[in-house]
Design a protein around this ligand. Structure first.
Ligand SMILES: [Zn+2]
Length: 233
């Protein structure tokens, strides 16, 4: 195998390695929660905390209602227990019972409203929960595909790197050093193919003289336009 052929092969391997690394980088950037997933999650969380607040409110009012009922029962026991002798005290107790009952009626209305609000919050939460489950499943499917692609690319990268290593071991060290420098200057492409008389990197039509030089693979020949090493395909 000529030097040019080896350099072209090395270029092919490096280009594939570059492309694989670029895709791996893209995958790494995508292995995160998607917008759809994040939106569904925060809607679910918001519905959940709204429901929690509703439940707490219902519990509070319910406790209040129970305590008012107990208070009324206790005062009625006193009033009708026959132990009260002072009519003034009895009248005041009666007034207190009546006032507590008015407040109880108000709190029972509040409780009904709270229970209706809680029921609505339960329905909303169930819907958001279900939306989130769908989004989560979708996200997990997407992630699974990305993970599988990542694994395959990593295996490809390992194989390419091994091929590259064994190719370089067979190559002239000075050629490799020259290639490296040129590749760094030429955006990752040091060796370019030539097809139908055109440089495949910059697209320029090469002169007959240059093509003849490139066909002789004992020396390196460069594209006059982009300065890359030419390899006749
Ligand atoms: Zn060129």
């Amino acid at each position: 195998m000529s030097n040019v052929q080896q350099l072209y092969q090395l270029q092919q391997l490096d280009s594939k390695i570059d492309a694989t690394n670029r895709r791996l980088k893209e995958i790494a950037a995508n292995l995160v929660e998607t917008e759809v997933y994040k939106i569904a999650k925060s809607a679910r969380d918001a519905a959940e905390s709204a429901l929690r607040a509703c439940r707490a409110n219902t519990t509070d009012i319910d406790l209040d209602v129970k305590s008012l009922q107990q208070k009324i029962a206790k005062n009625e026991d006193r009033l009708y227990g026959g132990k009260l002798t002072n009519p003034k005290e009895a009248a005041s107790l009666q007034e207190e019972i009546a006032s507590t009952k008015r407040w109880l009626a108000k709190r029972e209305e509040d409780l009904l409203e709270a229970m209706i609000a809680q029921e609505e919050a339960e329905t909303t939460f169930a819907a958001r929960q279900s939306d989130f489950a769908t989004a989560e499943q979708q996200w997990q499917t997407e992630q699974a595909a990305l993970f599988a692609e990542k694994k395959a690319l990593e295996a490809t990268l390992t194989a390419l790197t091994a091929d590259r290593k064994s190719l370089i071991a067979r190559m002239d060290a000075a050629d490799v050093a020259h290639y490296r420098k040129l590749r760094a200057k030429k955006g990752g492409v040091a060796v370019t193919g030539v097809a139908d008389g055109n440089c495949l990197s910059c697209g320029v039509m090469l002169t007959h003289r240059i093509i003849q030089q490139a066909e002789d693979d004992s020396t390196l020949c460069y594209c006059e336009s982009c300065g890359r090493i030419l390899f006749i395909l």
